[in-house]
Design a binder for this molecule. Structure first.
Ligand code: UD1
Length: 340
C-alpha cells in the first residue's frame, strides 16, 4: 500500500538513498531537513534517479515544533522515518549537550508532534554503537547494550524512551534499526556521502585520498585483538540500508509496540582489508600509516542479521567490492561532493 512518508534528514547520506527507494516503490515522500550536514542538491538528484520529485521539502530543525506542526498539517503523513541527528562520535565527546539536545530532544519533539497529529508509525535510526565494546560477536539484538560515548548514548536513550512510550501509547508502532557501518553510494554516481570538513568515517576518507584531496590514511591502531590487529566492522551498502527501510515500512504494522532490528551483513572487514578492497576497486594506491588508536573506538562490531531476515525476508545483497566501487564512482563524478 502506498504511504505518505515523512523523512527527517532526507537530504543526508542514508536519507537521500532511502528517499529514492521509497519513491521507486510508489510512496509519497515529504522531507524535513535543516541542511546542517546535507545539501539541497541531493534531493534534486533523488528526483533524477527516481523519475519524480519528493512531494514536499521543509527546511527546518527537527526540534522546531512549529515547523513540525506545519508539516503534519499540510501532508497526510502515514509514517515517519527519523534520520535527522548528529552522528560523529568524536564530536559528541566535545559537545555532548548539543548531541542530547538534537538527538534526544529532537526525537521527543517529533514523537509529540506525531502524537498530536494522530501519526503512529515511526522507523527510528539507531546504531550498532549502542552495543559498545562487544565481548562476543556476532551481535544479536539481545546482546547487552553498553554505549561508550555520548553519540551512542543518545541513540540508546532514544530507544529506551520509545520503548517506554510504546508501553503507554498503545497505538504507537516503532521499529528501531541498528545500522552497522553504512558505506558506498548510489550506483548511478549521483548520490553519495559528502561530509563537511575532514571525514570522520573511513570510506569518505579513502575516496578523498584516491581523488587527491588527502595525502594518506591514518590507521587507528594495529594492536586490537583481531586477525590483523586493525578494527573490524560490518560495512553495509547504503542501498541495502535504504531497501531495509522500505521493508520496514511494509512490516511496521505486523505487530504493535517497539521492535529492534540489526541492519548488517554478518561479515566483518578489517581496516586493512577495506584498504585493499578499495585499492582494487579504484585502481589507485592508498598510502596508509598506522597511528595511535582513536579514543572511543572498539575492536570488532559485526551483526548477526538473522532476526530481520526471518521477520521480513530482507538481507543485505551487496558486498564490500560493490561498496568500494560505488563510493569511488560517486567521488570521481563529484570530486568536491555536491558543490559545483
Ligand atoms: C561510528 C559508530 C557508528 C556510527 C558511525 C557514524 C562506534 C563504535 N561506531 O562508526 O555506530 O554509526 O560512527 O559516524 O561508535 N578508521 C581508521 N582511520 C580513519 C577512520 C577510521 O583507521 O581515518 C577505522 C576505525 O578505527 C574503525 C573503522 O575504520 O576501525 C571504521 O571507522 P568509522 O568509519 O569512523 O566508523 P565507526 O567508528 O565504526
Amino acid at each position: 500500500m502506498p504511504q505518505t512518508v515523512l523523512v527527517t534528514g532526507g537530504a543526508g547520506f542514508i536519507g537521500s538513498h532511502t528517499c529514492v527507494e521509497l519513491l521507486r516503490s510508489g510512496h509519497e515522500v515529504v522531507v524535513l531537513d535543516d541542511h546542517s550536514n546535507s545539501s539541497p542538491e541531493a534531493l534534486e538528484r533523488v528526483a533524477k534517479i527516481a523519475g519524480r520529485p519528493v512531494a514536499g521539502t521543509h527546511i527546518a530543525d527537527v526540534r522546531d515544533r512549529r515547523s513540525l506542526d506545519a508539516v503534519f498539517a499540510h501532508h497526510p503523513i502515514d509514517a515517519v522515518i527519523h534520520f535527522a541527528a548528529k552522528k560523529a562520535v568524536g564530536e559528541s565527546v566535545q559537545i555532548p549537550l548539543t548531541y542530547y539536545d538534537i538527538n534526544v530532544s529532537g526525537t521527543i519533539a517529533l514523537v509529540s508532534a506525531m502524537h498530536d497529529h494522530g501519526v503512529h508509525r515511526l522507523v527510528f535510526s539507531s546504531s550498532c554503537s549502542v552495543y559498545g565494546d562487544a565481548t562476543t560477536v556476532p551481535l544479536t539484538e539481545e546482546s547487552p547494550t553498553a554505549p561508550t560515548n555520548p553519540y551512542a548514548t543518545t541513540k540508546w536513550t532514544c530507544e529506551r524512551i520509545l520503548a517506554d512510550l510504546c508501553r503507554h501509547l498503545p497505538d504507537l508502532r516503532v521499529l528501531a534499526l541498528r545500522y552497522f557501518n553504512p558505506a558506498g553510494a548510489h550506483p548511478t554516481g549521483l548520490l553519495g556521502e559528502d561530509p563537511r570538513g575532514v571525514p570522520n568515517n573511513i570510506m569518505p576518507f579513502l575516496t578523498q585520498i584516491a581523488v587527491g584531496r588527502r595525502a594518506e590514511l591514518g590507521v587507528f591502531g594495529n594492536d586490537y585483538p583481531t586477525p590483523d590487529g586493525t578494527g573490524v566492522r560490518d560495512y553495509i551498502h547504503v542501498v541495502d540500508v535504504a531497501e531495509g527501510h522500505r521493508a520496514a515500512l511494509d512490516h511496521i504494522d505486523d505487530e504493535p509496540g517497539m521492535r529492534v532490528f540489526n541492519l548488517g551483513t554478518g561479515r566483518g572487514a578489517s581496516v586493512l582489508e577495506l584498504v585493499r578492497a578499495f585499492e582494487e576497486a579504484s585502481g589507485r594506491p592508498i598510502p596508509h600509516r598506522v597511528i595511535e588508536r582513536r579514543p572511543g573506538d572498539v575492536a570488532e562490531l559485526v551483526a548477526d542479521p538473522a532476526k530481520v531476515a526471518e521477520a521480513w525476508g530482507w538481507s543485505a545483497r551487496r558486498d564490500l567490492a560493490a561498496m568500494c566501487r560505488d563510493a569511488w564512482n560517486f567521488q570521481q563524478h563529484n570530486p568536491y561532493g555536491y558543490v559545483h
